[in-house]
Design a binder for this molecule. Structure first.
Ligand code: C2G
Length: 438
């Protein structure tokens, strides 16, 4: 019996895949199809898949061509599989020509002609796309988003609006239409990414929602939870997506450590300590540690311990309107938490989740989460986890924003009650509630 093996994502199954499998089957008597896992696709840079592995396996199964279906999970697995299943022929489309010649030590390698005129990327871009406008306050931010959007099928960035339009004039080669007023930009897009200054964010988010545009916004949306309620009601009334862009929430590593905490892997959680600092700025006029870092530092606390704390205390070193350093302490019924944020001071940017059996340690910069450890008293039991995070996570949040627009369903990564509580804490700081000056 001649055994053939082939591999793929098979996302949004189409006749190019069908023809590949038919010709692969015809090469032998028994066809094994390896379908890539979601994690494996992400590590190899395929972040746009619309379907889960279960759906993609079902598509391959429905063809009736596969005698066996396996899951591809890691680089090099093809060698293991060819040996394990005594494969005679490895085949794949000739878009991969030359990439798998190393397998000819183990079996015959055949590249089949790729079917022209169809691809999952094109299908995705047809049924999941948006004209995205960016509202920002700095050129570097525009450039970062533009670079990251290149990895996302279906995003078409055409327009920008810069509050300080003067800075825009310095940048001629952004190849984007820059608008001098926000309303004109809104006429030319169907979604916006808002990273204006925290003082004006609420105004732009509200304006975009009133114009029935989908909104991805840098957190906090506003400095008042009542205003936030108003924005969520407006988004609902206008069937718009309102999604928070705290990049950490879209990293695989952060999602996995949150699940480990939730399933009790470290026992009962007694405290969560987060620290976010950077010394980018050197002008006390513009320090805004709480508004710049607060949402990120508060995210794991509110997502893991919830928002029903009994007491909150804010300790700050302020300078005029802003804070160069702040610490927010929380007392929950059976736990405590502390978030330290600073733009005018330096500390170790780590996340530590303390449990009765073990603790989760995320090294600095914890907010670009790609590596964490489960640490036990008996260090031989320690576990290490690594999930690569490309481009600090912006591309993943753009993919999820697009998917939310297509599915007409808010993205569940950051619960609305978490976002509302973040705004509440920002408001408490602004009004100097429960605040101790140091
Ligand atoms: N294919 C094709 N014609 C197309 C599109 C895809 O022949 N128009 C082939 C690809 O060459 C591949 C298979 O269909 O052999 C699955 O395509 P994808 O789902 O895009 O998978 P890919 O990411 O190319 O995975 O390690 C090998 C990879 O796993 C192949």
């Amino acid at each position: 019996m001649k055994k053939v093996i082939t591999y793929g994502s098979f996302d949004l199954f189409h006749f190019g895949h069908q023809r590949l499998l038919e010709r692969a089957k015809a090469l032998g008597d028994y066809l094994i199809v390896g379908v890539t896992s979601d994690d494996y696709d992400r590590t190899r840079g395929k972040i746009n898949a619309s379907q889960s592995i279960a759906e993609r396996i079902a598509s391959v199964k429905a063809t009736g061509l596969a005698d066996e279906i396996i899951i591809e999970e890691y680089d090099g697995q093809k060698i293991d599989d060819i040996k394990r299943y005594n494969v005679d022929i490895f085949t794949v489309g000739d878009d991969w020509k030359g990439q798998f010649d190393y397998l000819d030590k183990y079996c015959k390698v055949i590249y089949l002609e790729r079917t022209k005129g169809i691809s999952s990327t094109e299908i995705r871009s047809e049924n999941r796309n948006t004209n995205l406008g960016i509202i920002g306050d700095s050129i570097p931010f525009f450039k970062r988003i533009l670079n990251e959007a290149k990895f996302v099928n279906g995003i078409n960035i055409t327009s920008i609006y810069c509050e300080k339009s003067t800075s825009l004039k310095q940048e001629k080669n952004l190849e984007l239409k820059s608008y001098v007023n926000f309303e004109d930009l809104l006429k030319n897009v169907d979604s916006v990414y808002i990273k204006s200054s925290y003082q004006t964010r609420y105004k732009y988010i509200k304006g975009a929602l009133q114009a029935k545009k989908h909104v991805l916004y840098e957190s906090p949306a506003c400095l008042d939870s009542k205003e936030f309620e108003e924005l969520t009601s407006l988004a609902k009334a206008n069937n718009c997506i309102l999604m928070e862009a705290i990049r950490t929430a879209y990293s695989t590593a952060y999602k996995r450590l949150s699940l480990l905490a939730e399933i009790g892997k470290i026992g009962e959680i007694l405290s969560i300590d987060t620290t976010c600092t950077n010394m980018k700025r050197n002008d006390p006029e513009v320090f805004a540690s709480m508004y710049e870092w607060g949402p990120n530092a508060l995210l794991p606390i509110f997502q893991i311990l919830g928002v029903d704390y009994k007491k909150r205390e804010i300790i700050s070193r302020t300078s005029k309107e802003q804070d160069i350093f702040s610490r927010i302490n929380f007392i929950y019924p059976h736990a405590t938490a502390s978030a330290t944020v600073a733009e005018g001071a330096k500390s170790e940017g780590e996340l530590i989740i303390t449990g009765t059996k073990a603790y989760i340690y995320v090294p600095a910069p914890w907010w670009k989460t790609e590596y964490f450890e489960l640490r036990y008293e008996d260090q031989t039991k320690n576990k290490r986890y690594y999930y690569q995070l490309e481009g600090e996570g912006i591309r993943y949040e753009l993919v999820e924003f697009l998917q939310a627009i297509k599915d007409e369903k808010d993205n569940p990564r950051i619960e609305k009650q978490v976002s509302a509580e973040i705004c509440k804490v920002m408001n408490a700081f602004k009004n100097r509630e429960d605040l101790v000056e140091i």
